[in-house]
Ligand binder design. Structure first.
Ligand code: TRP
Length: 344
């Protein structure tokens, strides 16, 4: 089977994470772990999307620190800067420029109906919602289209943004001629959508944190990570089985966490826990595996960040590579849209 498939080596992938909040085990299992694995099959671009992080109120010093932190975590999670291009979005002015150009071909109606805009806007005072929050999906489209990405690994919550990117690329190609590759979503494998420990009805979030026990962060010390798992919301039963019963979502989430970390089959996992005395045993084992998963990531993170100039240097190299690709697309877009070329 697999040998008849065309080689995917030259297909391009682009993805990004905002430098806001703290990266969680959910980000690792649902995104970074896949990126690291797929970097060998695709030409990969991974950016830290700092321009997206300023669409809601933020603190400048925190933004700067988190930008380095997220970049270092990409590497700590296995993204190899010798194979993949790792960079900071704002280091490439082409992202902002293409976003403006695309804004002028984006119908406002498309933006007003984005569910993420509606949700985020509803959480703020109406008069403090920025125009940037509305235009957020256009900037994301620019990120993707600048690199002519074939595939974009995104979670369920970003599907609508990817649809808008595709619509926008098609509209642009129709208006101005073939310019952009139409990207496909790359949805993470089932079981990699980790839910909040304090409320298994919602996705584990790095920025919308309902309590101290919402998420395990990649940089949580082992005792803290363990405490969060031990406190995870479950139910009053004792059967340790995968289930889509909403009443049992907490236990199911712990099992999915275990599944995503160990890679074992569901049958093997259920058999393994068949003799457990209760949820306490399950939690203890999930915590053990979790701590073992975090340990090498944290060790590598601390090594990489001992000297900040190291990460900054890698980001400069990444930006240099990204800029070549981005600027080539931007030149084409400028020409297609009818801008007079500046004489050099
Ligand atoms: N909006 C994405 C999120 O919050 C982050 C993002 C920005 C992104 N630009 C992107 C993801 C381009 C994939 C591709 O998760």
């Amino acid at each position: 089977m697999s040998e008849t498939r065309p080689p995917q080596r030259n297909k391009r992938v682009l993805s990004g994470v905002q430098p806001s909040g703290n990266l969680t085990i959910g980000n690792y299992l649902g995104a970074l772990k896949q990126w690291a694995r797929e970097q060998h099959n695709y030409e990969s671009f991974f950016c830290v999307v700092d321009l997206h992080a300023i669409t809601v109120p933020y603190d400048p010093a925190t933004l700067r620190a988190k930008t380095r932190e997220v970049a270092a975590l990409y590497l700590a999670c296995g993204i190899d800067p010798a194979i993949s291009t790792v960079f900071v979005q704002s280091h490439i002015p082409a992202h902002s420029e293409l976003a403006w150009l695309l804004n002028c071909v984006t119908p406002l109606g498309w933006l007003y109906r984005m569910t993420q805009f509606k949700d985020k806007a509803a959480k703020q005072q109406a008069e403090s919602v920025s125009a940037g929050l509305l235009n957020y999906p256009v900037l994301m489209a620019a990120d993707i289209l600048l690199y002519q990405a074939d595939a974009v690994p995104v979670g369920d919550d970003q599907r609508q943004h990817l649809e808008l990117t595709r619509d926008l690329a098609q509209r642009f190609n129709h208006l101005f001629g073939e310019t952009f590759t139409i990207p496909e979503p790359m949805i993470p494998p089932a079981g990699a959508r980790i839910r909040a420990l304090d409320d298994p009805t919602v996705k584990m979030s790095k920025s919308e944190v309902s309590s101290e026990y919402h998420a395990v962060y990649l940089l949580d010390p082992p005792d803290k990570a363990r405490k969060k798992i031990m406190r995870a919301v479950t139910d009053s039963g004792r059967e340790i089985r995968f289930s889509d019963d909403p009443e049992r979502a907490g236990v199911n989430n712990l099992l999915e966490l275990y599944e995503a970390m160990t890679g074992e089959t569901r049958e093997a996992i259920e058999a393994h826990f068949a003799t457990a005395r209760g949820y306490g045993d399950l939690k203890k084992e999930v915590a053990d595996v979790l701590i073992a998963t975090l340990e090498p990531i944290q060790a590598r993170y601390h090594e990489l960040t001992r000297d900040v100039s190291y990460i900054d240097g890698l980001l400069a190299e990444g930006a240099a590579r990204a800029r070549v690709v981005a600027n080539a697309t931007l030149d084409l877009v400028r020409e297609r849209m009818g801008f007079l070329k500046a004489r050099t």
